[in-house]
Design a protein around this ligand. Structure first.
Ligand code: ZN
Ligand code: ZN
Length: 275
């Protein structure tokens, strides 16, 4: 069985609409694909309608912060209409807009000719994020390619035009998702970009109900995968995998990393039973 449990669409910062993601999942020979857009389930309906031979695991990737550092939490099979969870998601999305506007203002102050209207047009229906600003910057000629926006000169964490944002405490994220009937998996804890989650922090999250650890991720080295597998074993966490495909933004890697059938069944078995 082949399951890719970490994929983005145009509902957040991916470049392919949800239906196209499902078609690509079929071509990649996947049995299961999880749509895990950032802080939104807006792509689920379109993906479900286009599911075809591939089973859709509904999910999302929640923006969290722990001990001052950014951390991503994958969530699956929750009820997005559960009022407390829905309110948190709305708060995160509203803040993303305020934050993106603030970054555009800072860029203007640095002489970059990018308007909020351009960024909003690029984002379209998607949850606005830094990749959209990066594309607007490249369109304006300020940088040669969107990738160049993610440096200290521009909008990388701590960069000159960077603005921090509201993010959930991961313990609260775990609680909220569980209360909404879902399970959580810590995303790419050792991807090494902005996020690096320590063994001690993972142990703390495991104690409060984290279900899994994303081991198989393209940005995690073989050495880190081996350490994470051992840790998942020690803490009785499910070792999962996913491509973190963002369409053309990451080179169409759907199915490049997968979750084993055994781990997938284990994850499903941890979905809380209704009280
Ligand atoms: Zn992530
Ligand atoms: Zn992701």
């Amino acid at each position: 069985m082949r399951a890719d449990l970490h994929v983005h669409s145009t509902a957040s910062d991916g470049t392919d609409p949800p239906a196209e993601v499902m078609r690509r999942a079929a071509r990649a020979g996947l049995d299961v694909v999880a749509l895990t857009d950032h802080d939104t389930v807006a792509g689920h309906a379109e993906a479900r309608a286009a599911a075809g031979p591939v089973a859709l695991l509904p999910g999302m990737e929640l923006s969290c912060r722990l001990d001052g550092r950014s951390l991503h939490m994958l969530a699956y099979l929750f009820d997005a209409d559960q009022p407390e969870l829905a309110a948190e998601l709305a708060r995160i999305r509203d803040d993303r807009v305020l934050r993106a506007r603030a970054m555009v203002d800072k860029l203007a102050g640095l002489g970059v000719n990018v308007s909020w209207g351009q960024v909003a047009a690029i984002a379209g229906q998607a949850v606005v994020g830094r990749p959209h600003i990066a594309r607007a910057m490249a369109d304006s000629g300020a940088i040669a390619s969107p990738r160049e926006a993610f440096t200290r000169d521009w909008i990388a964490d701590g960069g000159r035009a960077y603005v921090g944002r509201y993010a959930l405490d991961p313990v609260r994220a775990i609680d909220l998702v569980r209360a909404a009937g879902g399970v959580t998996v810590l995303a790419h804890p050792r991807a090494g970009r902005d996020t690096w989650v320590t063994n001690e922090q993972i142990t703390r999250l495991a104690a409060v109900g984290l279900a899994g650890l994303e081991v198989f991720h393209p940005d995690q080295s073989e050495a880190e995968r081996a350490r994470l597998i051992a840790l998942a074993h020690d803490l009785a966490l499910v070792p999962t995998g996913g491509s973190d495909d963002h369409g053309s933004l990451t080179g169409y890697r759907l199915g490049g990393e997968t979750t084993s059938g055994e781990a997938y069944q284990d994850l499903l078995s941890r979905v809380p039973r209704p009280a």
